[in-house]
Design a protein around this ligand. Structure first.
Ligand code: SF4
Length: 244
């Protein structure tokens, strides 16, 4: 109850500071379009804090990034990078994974967790790349989504980071949490969150914005005990999870 009152008071404070009423709730609690000035302030703050934010999965090409992103499900980037440092010495191109021994590959990627499913996805995607795309990772959302084990999150990581193609916004656990805390969405489904973000974030920012939110989530805005006192978005954040 006290937290609710605090959040409401925070919203009023921010609205007063901006000379605007707090965003009205529509559609049973789904956020109305956020104030564009507030969105600009969030983007400026992220730019100031993380001007060089980028993907932390080590890779030398789009195919390696695709494999690393599949491996990163439910696993840290640090662990994935440790595994792929050895893996990519042995498997250099899609053909190498496509016709690998599943039992061997499973053991090689075992430290990343969910290794049986990940083996199936990596081998399936690699086979399809060889058989349908001439061994190259496709450059469109439509085509890349036909690869086994590849959903929008992976597709956005690969298209955005490897090719610089802004096809959408990467929505991972950090982006979900932070976009909710910053009231850029009131949805919980990743597809709806991505749609909400694509409505309010200028397309030029889509690639950078997801990296910056992920960096902020890893360094400051933790799931538990966010370091709000060190956050440069604190004055425009009225999340009920705030610790200051
Ligand atoms: S003020 Fe706290 S909750 Fe809000 S974005 Fe910053 S770290 Fe996260």
């Amino acid at each position: 109850m006290a937290a609710k009152k605090k959040a409401a008071a925070g919203k009023k404070r921010v609205a007063k500071a901006k000379g605007k009423k707090p965003a009205a709730k529509k559609n049973g609690g789904v956020a109305a379009t956020p104030d564009p000035k507030r969105v600009v302030a969030i983007l400026s703050g992220l730019d100031a804090a993380y001007p060089d934010a980028t993907c932390e999965l080590k890779h030398e090409n789009a195919f390696q990034l695709l494999v690393s992103t599949i491996l990163s499900a439910q696993c840290t980037d640090v662990r994935v990078n440790q595994v792929t440092a050895e893996l990519y010495k042995k498997y250099k191109k899609p053909q190498d994974f496509a016709y690998a021994s599943p039992a061997e590959l499973e053991q090689e990627i075992r430290p990343t967790g969910f290794f049986r499913n990940k083996t199936k996805s990596i081998m399936g995607a690699s086979k399809q790349l060889v058989e349908k795309f001439g061994g190259a990772v496709p450059r469109t959302m439509e085509e890349i989504l036909t690869l086994p084990g590849v959903a929008r999150k992976t597709a956005n990581v690969v298209l955005g980071t490897a090719y610089g193609i802004a096809s959408g916004i990467v929505v991972d656990t950090h982006v979900i949490r932070l976009s909710q805390r910053l009231d850029l969405t009131r949805n919980t489904d990743p597809k709806k969150i991505e749609q909400d973000l694509m409505q309010v974030i200028p397309k030029d920012y889509w690639i950078k914005f997801s990296h910056q939110l992920i960096w902020h989530g890893r360094r400051v805005c933790f799931a538990r005990k966010p370091k709000c006192a060190e956050c440069n978005l604190e004055s425009i954040c009225y999340s009920k999870d705030k610790t200051v």
